[in-house]
Design a protein around this ligand. Structure first.
Ligand SMILES: CCCCCCCCCCCCCCCCCCCCCCCC(=O)SCCNC(=O)CCNC(=O)[C@H](O)C(C)(C)COP(=O)(O)OP(=O)(O)OC[C@H]1O[C@@H](n2cnc3c(N)ncnc32)[C@H](O)[C@@H]1OP(=O)(O)O
Ligand SMILES: NC(=O)C1=CN([C@@H]2O[C@H](COP(=O)(O)OP(=O)(O)OC[C@H]3O[C@@H](n4cnc5c(N)ncnc54)[C@H](OP(=O)(O)O)[C@@H]3O)[C@@H](O)[C@H]2O)C=CC1
Length: 489
């Protein structure tokens, strides 16, 4: 919406389907977004932006999205272009819910779109990982072994227990219900698009903005953002990842630019078949998890997060044994010790729960950070060459120009500012806090070493001999040093 208003101030209206949430009405939710820093530039070119957004109450879990008759009438008669982004993106969602959101709702939206007389294009947002069971992925819709229609029907009469049982068989070699249902959603789009003018966009891992409206903007914990927080606050100490695997991140503004360009191309050129566009970075400008991780850590040195639990010092592990070892030593043990301290001081323990949640998240993303994929980008490159030089500049989605180190630094800064809502003025105090944590760390390790050594000396003659040898060696060395300095004087 931000980019559309900024580049097309003459635009009449954008209808957004929204559900009320957390005690906020639709209008409040939309106005909260419009009043955020993200929309500051828009307001300069389009001061009446509030009047150009029509929030329509809709819930994708309901029949006809529970849209009122009047709203439906207005939507059907006025819409020129549909951008379908809503989805459940939870990796662990129950199959019934994931099918409802990512498949059935897509089918219903297509039905609605077929009744829109002024519709020029229908743009469906999928994910580059919808076919992550393949290594090389082309810009085509791949068939699914079981027809989406059969899956939709079966969800109506199967009970939860049976669905739980068949889920692993249905998702096959995909890692979760999210990627599986996004793949089904694509097949539905292709099979039930009828005469509509449709395109599918497949972004990889969406990160903070690169340039627009300003670098580093991010507003959710999806993808790496949540884990950057966990690392910066010192909770995340080790992560099972392959440093050389490609980190196929794509900035949010790049996805937006490509989406708008696809909207234009689909409406104006009306391709005969449904085109799929990969919005990925790996084949044009690859970055790997090792490089990304190091830059994230380097940025924490310059711009630390406030009130960290421990000093940020995460590392990659590459096998099961080391992963279990570091999970026990660096994740679970400090959480148990801290909770013990909280209990002793009369407070409610919370660290073990938080750590368990983090470990669960890590286990879910492991699949994606230990493999590399190749996505072909012929359609995306074709689109780039179809744009005028001016549009190539305004709707830039050429990731070859992206400087990863600069991007990652801005990403971490954006996480601090826009997700954690921390003030830059707090950086000196955050650095002091990290120094205190470092001193506590040294003190703790020294105390631990001395206790262990004392116990060893009490129990072992060999340890006592070694200790005697070290002490007498130090004494002799000091005596020699003192004698030689007296002679020199
Ligand atoms: C050599 C040096 C090495 C140095 C290492 C340095 C490390 C630096 C960090 C870099 C890490 C890089 C890791 C990259 C990870 C990449 C992920 C790749 C994913 C690719 C997928 C494909 C992309 C897509 O197509 S779509 C979008 C992907 N979807 C998601 O990302 C959603 C994932 N989330 C979930 O599925 C769930 O939230 C789940 C299962 C993780 C957690 O579920 P749970 O029920 O436990 O919690 P919630 O109810 O969801 O939330 C509770 C609570 O937690 C907050 N939260 C939610 N998500 C996250 C998160 N990802 N991280 C942290 N916290 C999260 C949420 O806001 C809630 O907070 P409340 O305060 O309780 O409200
Ligand atoms: N993040 C990523 O890395 C990637 C995302 N994608 C795709 O991009 C799209 C957006 O994802 P992302 O922004 O990350 O995820 P979000 O969860 O932030 O966005 C999903 C949107 O869908 C809406 N939604 C979910 N359920 C319903 C419902 N029952 N009724 C109405 N609206 C609903 C949500 O509304 P509400 O705000 O009310 O919850 C939310 O605005 C998805 O299609 C996803 O598959 C693709 C590749 C990568």
């Amino acid at each position: 919406m931000e980019k559309l208003f900024r580049t097309s101030p003459d635009l009449k209206v954008i209808y957004v389907l929204v559900r009320p949430k957390q005690g906020q009405t639709l209008q409040q939710r939309v106005f909260q977004i419009l009043d955020s820093k993200l929309f500051e530039k828009v307001k300069e070119v389009c001061p009446n932006v509030h009047e150009k957004i029509r929030a329509i109450s809709a819930d994708l879990n309901q029949n006809d999205f529970a849209i009122s008759k009047e709203d439906m009438q207005e939507l059907l008669s006025h819409t020129n272009i549909v951008f379908h982004c809503a989805a459940t993106v939870r990796f662990d969602d129950h199959l019934r819910h994931a099918v409802q959101l990512n498949v059935t709702a897509t089918q219903q939206l297509l039905l609605m779109a077929s009744q829109m007389p002024k519709l020029e294009a229908f743009i469906h947002i999928s994910t580059a990982f919808s076919n992550c069971n393949l290594k090389h992925i082309d810009e085509v819709v791949y068939p699914c072994p079981v027809e989406p229609k059969k899956i939709i029907d079966s969800m109506e009469w199967l009970d939860d227990a049976i669905i739980d049982e068949i889920t692993p068989k249905l998702i096959g070699d995909r890692p979760n219900t999210y990627t599986y249902t996004k793949a089904l959603g694509e097949v539905v789009v292709q099979q039930e698009g009828g005469n509509l003018n449709i395109a599918i966009i497949r972004p990889s891992i969406v990160g903070a903005t690169w340039q627009e409206p300003f670098p580093g903007w991010v507003d959710n914990l999806n993808g790496p953002s949540g884990l950057i927080i966990a690392a910066g606050k010192g909770f995340l100490r080790s992560i099972r990842a392959t440093p050389m695997a490609v980190a196929d991140l794509i900035p949010a503004d790049t996805v937006v630019n490509l989406t708008l360009a696809v909207g234009w191309y689909t409406a104006v050129h009306r391709p005969k078949s449904t085109l799929v566009y990969h919005c990925t970075s790996g084949n044009l400008n690859p970055c790997n998890w090792g490089k990304m991780g190091l830059q994230v850590l380097a940025t924490f040195e310059k711009i630390p997060f406030e009130r960290a639990f421990r000093r940020p010092n995460a590392d990659f592990t590459t096998n099961n044994i080391t992963t279990h070892y570091w999970n026990a030593v660096s994740h679970r043990a400090p959480a148990i010790i801290y909770d013990f301290y909280l209990r002793l001081t009369g407070r409610k323990p919370r660290m073990t729960k938080l750590m368990n949640r983090l470990l669960r998240t890590l286990s879910m993303v492991e699949y994606f950070i230990n493999r590399s994929w190749e996505w072909s980008t012929y359609n995306t490159e074709m689109l780039m060459s179809a744009l005028s030089p001016e549009d190539q500049r305004v709707f830039n989605f050429d990731v070859r120009q992206l400087n990863w180190l600069e991007y990652i630094e801005n990403y971490v800064l954006g996480v601090k500012k826009y997700l954690l809502k921390e003030d830059m003025a707090g950086i000196p105090e955050a650095k002091q806090h990290l120094k205190r944590l470092r001193n506590i760390h040294y003190l703790f390790n020294t105390a631990l070493f001395l206790i262990a050594w004392r116990l060893l000396i009490a129990r072992s003659q060999v340890a006592r001999n070694v200790w005697f040898f070290i002490v007498s060696f130090c004494y002799k060395f000091l005596s020699y040093f003192r004698a030689s300095s007296t002679l020199n004087a």
